[in-house]
Write a protein that binds this ligand. Structure first.
Ligand code: SAM
Ligand code: ZN
Length: 258
């Protein structure tokens, strides 16, 4: 009994631990770290630029074996199955696994607060949408904004008051920076100049990734915002219950979700 209370006290004094599944080079992980979590990443491919503890493993397998060791989980399964390029040419989305459902089922069974992130079109439940234009710091010095909508299915209360897209607020109609494909270069046919890796790094708020890693990443500002709400849910359940259960379901987009 005393030992259990001692262990609980020790847990309260340590930082909460977040499992970052499909972690890539750590865009999402960095935001959770800045919100106050100790972050551990898992990816099936080597990630030599990942800035935290890293395990090269299959995400579902790792979650099955170790999920219960963490206070919260974030999952960014690959988006090729759902992204807009599924309508282009010979691209066949069926060649890519549908991981959202299996990940959600496993996470719900573990009973800790969790986030599933993906692109518009992915089968997420009542997700909130974040956009580069919601974060004034995510732009080039000239004012070019990041346009990168990402959906977050959040199984804890989150308030979206004031989080509206602010596209072209200056009225200057500056080109936005799209972080996909390859950075730099130009298209003679369209007369379009593409932004280089420096602009990509500025608008993503990430200075440690290659262009390939950047094109897959979540801006840390997005997960800092999500993480600030997640850590409240985690701290609350840690105070009251050593084995927290899900207190909330994902709700309607925006406002309070409880
Ligand atoms: C969209 S990227 C993640 C980007 C990352 N969240 C970030 O913000 O930088 C998806 C990642 O999933 C990884 N992946 C694909 N299948 C996987 C699996 N079965 N288990 C673990 N990782 C996997 C890929 O290697 C890729 O790095
Ligand atoms: Zn937007």
């Amino acid at each position: 009994m005393c030992q259990a209370r001692f262990a609980h006290q020790a847990r309260l004094q340590s930082k909460p631990r977040l499992l970052d599944l499909f972690c890539g080079a750590g865009g999402a992980g960095m935001g959770y770290y800045r919100a106050g979590f100790d972050v551990v990443g898992v990816d099936i491919s080597p990630q030599k630029h990942y800035p935290f503890e890293f395990h090269q493993e299959d995400a579902l397998e790792y979650l099955r074996l170790h999920g219960h060791e963490f206070d919260a989980v974030h999952a960014s399964p690959p988006c090729q199955r759902y992204s807009v390029c599924r309508t282009i040419g010979t691209y066949n989305p069926q060649e890519y696994p549908d991981l959202v459902g299996p990940i959600r089922d496993l996470l719900a069974g573990i009973g800790k607060p969790f986030v599933i992130e993906n692109v518009p079109g992915a089968p997420l439940l009542c997700p909130v949408t974040l956009c580069g234009s919601m974060f004034p710091e995510l732009c080039t010095p000239e004012g070019n904004q990041l346009r990168r909508h990402r959906l977050f299915e959040c199984w804890f209360p989150i308030c979206m008051d004031g989080m509206e897209c602010r596209h072209n607020v200056t009225g200057r109609r500056l080109p936005t920076v799209g972080v996909y494909g390859h950075s730099g270069g130009s298209s003679n046919r369209d007369g379009v100049k593409f932004f280089g890796i420096e602009a990509w790094r500025q608008v993503m708020g990430i200075d440690w990734m290659t262009s390939n890693e950047l094109s897959q990443a979540i801006p840390p500002a997005y997960t800092k915002f999500i993480g600030d709400w997640l850590i409240r849910a985690v701290e609350g359940s840690r105070l009251t219950d050593p084995t927290p259960s899900l207190a909330a379901k994902p709700g309607r987009r925006g406002r309070w979700q409880t």
